[in-house]
Design a protein around this ligand. Structure first.
Ligand code: HEC
Length: 403
């Protein structure tokens, strides 16, 4: 599949152009005895937190919706990491194989999302938002409800309690039909008449491999009792079940023509307040095909750009605000001659730093110096400037307009 045609920096007369360039890399991470696969897409000039993206039921990170979202978010300046839930399979890729023995549980996703958060944090990405699609959104909401270290939560066509109940009702109909056709007996859980009773019978045999009529979208599936019971728990839950317990601001996006989870507005409209923003993209289906994913990315980027800055950065800026205000901008301009050999005179390249707020340039210089950011050229530059000079040059670049 042709993807990420703009992964490498675009070159022009030997200079890398900043705008729109992104860097994509495949990441693997050991967790729970298997290797998890992820794709990190870093936007050149980051806006807001990095978004960790979780796909829907039995899907994967390379599905069209997730790829399109990552690319479109990067164009809006939003970095992201999309990951494929392992479902207990080593280096799983592509759609889940229905014929495997399903040992995975719905709640396994929470541990995998947490593992990616830890991985990102060890690499200096502290400011994180979680986003999920469909069932992934429910898993993200549940994960977010249990933490207090997230900048934002984005729920795209999230599974709702009503959609879970509708699935169960459909399952009950299926069980009834099997019973009438005399077919129910070929399943290990027998002709137990309802999904609730099946769930109870399955949870009593957590480690047994059972043949069941249906698991999620898989027809005759072999599952462990624990796996079945986790996907069909006694109480149906949806993303809205957890929304109240989420500390971070939430953005919910519904597709106006979503036939898979049609109840999103009904579930979330009543929850709207300062902490929960709700948007409908008219005519978008559950997969946001036909450019609606790009529309979603624009909404998401705007939402993230509006967030209050994370505390560490607010502190850094506040701490130095007085110094920026009285900084010697002329001295900064003089010092900036040194920067021009790479960033060009106006600071518009490699990457562009014109129009950066003073704290952005200042913080970046401090981070190159202390090793939090790695770049040999910039470390030398940062080391050559004392604190007063860093502030002066940062104050000078803040006076230049962005392109
Ligand atoms: C020898 C070339 C070179 C010189 C000289 C140089 N820079 Fe850089 N600068 C770079 C490169 C390359 C990067 C990107 C490094 C990276 O990927 O982290 C960078 C990154 C930066 C960034 C971070 C941009 C971002 O969005 O992450 C800032 C801020 C910056 N430089 C400021 C300066 C200032 C101020 C000066 C002059 C005092 C300067 N640079 C001089 C090459 C240079």
């Amino acid at each position: 599949m042709a993807r990420r045609h703009f992964t490498s920096f675009v070159c022009n007369v030997g200079l890398a152009l900043g705008a729109g360039a992104v860097q994509a890399s495949d990441i693997s991470l050991r967790h729970g005895g298997v290797t998890l696969l992820g794709e990190l897409v870093l936007a050149e000039q980051e806006v807001g937190p990095l978004v960790v993206l979780t796909h829907g039921t039995l899907a994967h990170k390379d599905m069209e919706l997730i790829e399109t979202l990552q690319d479109a978010l990067a164009e809006e300046g939003v970095s992201s990491l999309a990951h494929t839930l392992s479902l207990g399979v080593d280096s799983r890729s592509g759609m889940a194989d229905c014929t495997m023995v399903h040992t995975h549980r719905d709640t396994d996703a929470d541990g995998e999302i947490a593992a990616w958060i830890d991985w990102l944090r060890t690499r200096g990405h502290d400011d994180l938002a979680l986003m999920g699609h469909s069932r992934g959104a429910k898993q993200v909401a549940r994960t977010a409800a249990a933490r207090d270290d997230l900048a934002a939560v984005i729920l795209l066509a999230p599974s709702t309690k009503a959609s879970a109940e509708r699935q169960r009702a459909a399952y009950d109909v299926l069980l009834g039909d099997l019973e009438k056709g005399g077919e129910a007996g070929r399943f290990d859980l027998g002709s137990t008449a309802t999904v609730a009773a099946l769930s109870e019978a399955a949870s009593a045999r957590p480690d047994d491999e059972l043949l069941v009529p249906n698991l999620l979208y898989c027809p005759d599936a072999t599952v462990t009792g624990a796996a079945f019971a986790s996907y069909y728990p006694p109480e149906a839950a949806g993303a809205e079940t957890y929304a109240d317990a989420v500390d971070a601001p939430i953005l919910v996006i519904a597709g106006g023509a979503d036939k898979v989870v049609p109840g999103v507005p009904a579930a979330f409209m009543p929850l709207r307040d300062e902490a929960l923003r709700f948007e409908v993209i008219e005519d978008a289906d559950h997969m946001f095909l036909d450019f609606y994913a790009e529309d979603a990315a624009v909404l998401i980027a705007a939402f993230l750009a509006d967030l209050p800055k994370p505390e560490g950065i607010v502190d850094f800026e506040t701490e130095h605000a007085a110094a920026y205000a009285v900084a010697d901008v002329d001295y900064g301009e003089y010092l900036a001659q040194e920067c021009a050999s790479c960033h060009r005179a106006g600071g518009q390249d490699v990457p562009a730093i014109n129009g950066y707020e003073a704290w952005q340039t200042h913080l970046a210089l401090a981070q190159y110096e202390n090793g939090e950011r790695e770049n040999d050229a910039m470390r030398l530059v940062a080391r050559s400037l004392d604190e007063e000079q860093k502030i002066a040059v940062a104050a000078y670049f803040a006076t230049l307009d962005a392109e």
